[in-house]
Write a protein that binds this ligand. Structure first.
Ligand SMILES: *[C@@H]1O[C@H](CO)[C@@H](O)[C@H](O)[C@H]1NC(C)=O
Ligand SMILES: *[C@@H]1O[C@H](CO)[C@@H](O)[C@H](O)[C@H]1NC(C)=O
Ligand SMILES: *[C@@H]1O[C@H](CO)[C@@H](O)[C@H](O)[C@H]1NC(C)=O
Length: 506
């Protein structure tokens, strides 16, 4: 390896932001990584990357700078709304769509924004919360492009999503960590740096939400999400479970959690990049052999990060992401969220309609957000969470499985960044009482409408699903299969959704 290499290093903004290039160098005498500049994530580059999704947030974090609010305003403010560009014929009351702000009790001045869509089918359906990744990207991305009740047409009118998850659940979306989307704080001390801060805020929010909607508190409750939410979800799940055990607040009828193309156990997932890339023909054997040599250093860095936290975790982030950068230098312009697609210039996805829509006065009035900024993706929130990135969030899952909490890990097969192979590897390696039986269980087809939509492996409360013909955003690419997956999984019949024959055991 070159001794000093002003070398381009690619940050990954999971779920959303494509490359953020920065530079660092390796000190040849100490083997220590040094940041080449104190501001090692140049904001200009971060902005360039957010542009890759065709997003143009006005600010790097939501501080509600131009907004007048009072700290003694009520804890939770909510209103019913009807999107102004939604087909006529329904009233606000019929829709059961709510938007609100919750004042976070463990903060100086933070308010968390949420959307709540009552089930289109049955108010007794489970309550499901969805968390988008980033870290620092708004969950409204999922509302409009993945599993929300509607999609945005190019003329900015809304059309109903026939496979919205509100067809099977009372569906909640929150913008978090604070500073993301419509959630704001005016106080730097409220910026979150780890899963403890994130999970406490989510737990507090849930308490506030169920206090506001006691009629939903007895429903089954599930946590779902994607990408960097592979970190948030297990932490939040453990927090809810602990709150229940300690009889902390309103008991939550917590049944399970699902992680879609998540980053949960970095050690296994970073190791899998070269294997996946080779398997999918993205790199050739000589490249594979060369890049694989970087893996031991990454593993070591992750081990050092594990117990220590802090700077070693930042070092691990840099050392390990070098593996991904090297692969991408060979892969070129392919979209690493979906290797079937090319990025055109910087543009890998175009989510700009969401921003345009949410900045319209009529929409803002309907949602009750007034003049509060919408920060689609926050580079500041992302940066603040960097030391959390390499932490292993798998560690809390076995205890939840032993207590019968259902766990579904699913992944679209064409995603490189949080690929199915790395996810499958950590799920198989996870130590719990059902580990052997899970490993020995057969892989069966997951059928939707008679066709194979994925491959499923399950034992007891644990399921792993590889979803066909999908990239990083499964509900966007395979909306029908995603809704069936959710519905069947919550009903405990994922493995028996449709008559299925056993195929080769893994
Ligand atoms: C906010 O409140 C201050 C003081 O009450 C007032 O001077 C200012 O005009 C208000 N700003 C907005 C945007 O309403
Ligand atoms: C809603 O679900 C509950 C519980 O599963 C059931 O008893 C009820 O009949 C359902 N209502 C409708 C309208 O389907
Ligand atoms: C906007 O586009 C949608 C979907 O293409 C279409 O159904 C609708 O009629 C259009 N609305 C207007 C006002 O043009």
């Amino acid at each position: 390896m070159a001794s000093t290499f002003p070398h381009t290093f690619s940050f990954l903004l999971l779920l959303l932001l494509p490359f953020l290039s920065s530079s660092y160098h390796l000190n040849p005498t100490t083997d220590q990584l040094h940041l080449s500049s104190p501001a090692f994530i140049p904001k200009l580059q971060a902005e360039k990357l957010i542009r890759g999704l065709n997003l143009f947030p006005n600010d790097e974090i939501n501080t509600a700078a131009h907004h007048n609010y009072s700290l003694d305003a009520p804890k939770l403010v909510e209103k019913r709304f009807k999107m102004p560009y939604l087909a006529a014929g329904t009233t606000v009351e019929e829709l059961g769509h709510h938007a609100g702000y919750y004042r976070l009790p463990r903060s100086q001045a933070a308010r968390m924004f949420y959307l709540f869509f009552e089930s289109r089918t049955n108010k007794s359906d489970p309550v499901v919360i969805w968390l988008t990744g980033g870290p620092g990207c708004s969950s409204e991305l999922a509302v409009f492009y993945e599993n929300g009740p509607f999609h945005i047409a190019n003329n900015l009118s809304l059309t109903w999503n026939d496979h919205g998850w509100d067809k099977a659940s009372n569906l909640l979306y929150v913008d978090q960590p604070v500073g993301t989307g419509f959630s704001y704080t005016s106080d730097d001390r409220d910026i979150r740096h780890d899963e403890e801060g994130v999970s406490n805020d989510l737990y507090d929010f849930l308490q506030g939400f169920f206090a506001q909607h006691p009629q939903f508190a007895k429903n089954d409750f599930y946590i779902t999400g994607e990408s960097y939410a592979g970190h948030y979800i297990p932490a939040f799940a453990s927090r809810v479970h602990k709150g229940n055990k300690d009889k902390e607040g309103i008991p939550i009828n917590f049944k399970g959690f699902a992680i879609g193309n998540g980053l949960t156990n970095p050690e296994f997932q970073y190791k899998a990049y070269t294997d996946y890339a080779l398997q999918m023909g993205l790199i050739k054997k000589p490249d594979y052999d060369r890049i694989t040599q970087s893996i031991p250093a990454c593993e070591q860095a992750i081990k050092t990060c594990g117990p220590a936290g802090g700077q070693p975790c930042l070092d691990a982030y840099m050392v390990c992401n070098d593996i991904f950068s090297k692969i991408m230098r060979i892969v070129g312009d392919k979209n690493y969220y979906d290797i079937r697609k090319q990025c055109v210039g910087d543009l890998c996805y175009d989510f700009s309609n969401m921003e345009t829509f949410l900045n319209k006065k009529l929409v803002r009035d309907a949602l009750g957000v007034g003049d509060i900024d919408f920060v689609s993706c926050s580079s500041t929130v992302y940066e603040a969470m960097l030391m959390d990135w390499m932490r292993n969030l798998e560690v809390g899952i076995p205890a939840l499985l032993e207590d019968g909490i259902k766990v579904l890990v699913y992944a679209g097969e064409y995603d490189l960044i949080c690929n199915w192979l790395g996810n499958s590897n950590w799920v198989h390696a996870m130590e719990w009482s059902g580990q052997k039986a899970f490993g020995a269980s057969s892989t069966i087809p997951f059928k939707v409408g008679g066709a194979e939509a994925g491959l499923l492996k399950s034992h007891g409360p644990l399921s792993f699903l590889k979803v066909h013909d999908a990239g990083h955003m499964v509900p966007m690419d395979q909306p029908k299969a995603a809704l069936e997956m959710l519905t069947n999984w919550m009903q405990g019949k994922l493995a028996m959704a449709e008559p299925s024959e056993t195929i080769s055991p893994k």
